[in-house]
Design a protein around this ligand. Structure first.
Ligand code: DX5
Ligand code: ZN
Length: 218
């Protein structure tokens, strides 16, 4: 059995107590940090100064999900801040290959995200530039939305392409992940799961991480 990764999203945490909230999920694989700019998505969260500080105090690695316009310009600074992984959106990047290389050159894992209606096929020839592919299972912008089952065929196709390529990139899903929906996403081939409300909405977030990890491992 291969153990999956559970990356809780601090979007559902108490923004006034982020340090304590990080320690509540210290058994997780990484903390997923949702950066939103009110342009690429209709919501605004936090930016580089706060992410830098989180990087300094977090007991576990940071996994940034940049839901921002012009990641070509803004994403490299997140890698420079020492984050383990930086994910930009394919729909927003002008030069995704160049950007992925810049992230890797700065020591971060390079991730690329696809909105639910963005096909994976146009990007299959650039998988070798990536350490992680993120398939959104809700429209990005808000926590607490329902998992979109019509993203499952894309997860399966991405899994087949990754396995066929012999590359070791991680397949992450984000949005609406619960103890129930994680079963379908894992069966389809996802191995890294972001969960916001399912973790921080639970009475014991660490226990929720453990339960999700058991449900999502194959
Ligand atoms: C949505 C964010 C997600 C969100 C997930 O735009 O990218 O990371 O926090 O929240 P849940 O798990 O509640 O759907
Ligand atoms: Zn996210």
């Amino acid at each position: 059995m291969t153990q999956c990764c559970i990356n809780p999203s601090i979007l559902s945490a108490d923004f006034a107590n982020l340090e304590a909230e990080l320690h509540r999920i210290s058994n997780a694989d990484a903390v997923h940090v949702d950066v939103m700019d009110n342009h690429f998505v209709p919501n605004l969260t936090l930016g580089l100064p706060i992410v830098k500080r989180l990087q300094e105090i977090s007991p576990i690695p940071l996994d940034a999900h940049l839901m921002i316009a012009d990641p070509d310009r803004w994403a490299p600074a997140y890698a420079e801040a020492g984050l383990a992984s930086v994910t930009f959106h394919a729909e927003a990047a002008l030069a995704p290959i160049k950007l992925a290389r810049e992230l890797r050159a700065r020591g971060a894992k390079a991730g690329m995200a696809l909105r639910p209606a963005t096909a994976v096929e146009p990007y299959l020839d650039m998988l070798e530039e990536l350490d992680m592919l993120l398939i959104m299972t809700v429209e990005p912008g808000f926590g607490g939305q329902a998992f979109l089952d019509n993203t499952l065929p894309k997860i399966r196709r991405a899994r087949a392409a990754i396995d066929g390529s012999g590359l070791g990139l991680a397949l992450q899903v984000d949005g609406g992940v619960t103890e129930e929906t994680i079963l379908r996403a894992a069966d389809a081939g996802a191995t890294v799961f972001v969960a916001g409300s399912a973790v921080y909405g639970a009475e014991d977030p660490a226990e929720a991480v453990t339960r999700l990890r058991a449900a999502g491992s194959r």
